[in-house]
Design a protein around this ligand. Sequence first.
Ligand SMILES: [Zn+2]
Length: 120
Amino acid sequence: MITSKYFKEEEFQKCTPSCSLQDMDQEFMNLLDALREGAGIPLVLNCAYRSPAWEKSKGRSGSGDHPQAKAVDIRCNDSTNRFKILRAAYKLGIKRIGIAKTYIHIGAGSNLPTQVAWMY
Ligand SMILES: [Zn+2]
């Protein structure tokens, strides 16, 4: 059973695509709980687990952070919260970060480039 201190099952069901806390990797959820604690602000999930089939339907490889159950996209629309999330992510040694205007991707997938931060 996958557990999380801060993130509830309903939050995963509201994601696009809808998923479950039980789809996630436990180690990644521990990291995400630590990120929530470090950032000190509520983290709203836009997206978490995505199946390989979903990924392929969007023209992606199907082997990225999300289908590995080791990623979330966190809603973020303002510079102060963006700073807090990024500062906490760096402190925790998170090595795959994507920054979009309205969200931040936090990833810890295997067999992917590390120490990377990209824009959308
Ligand atoms: Zn993402």
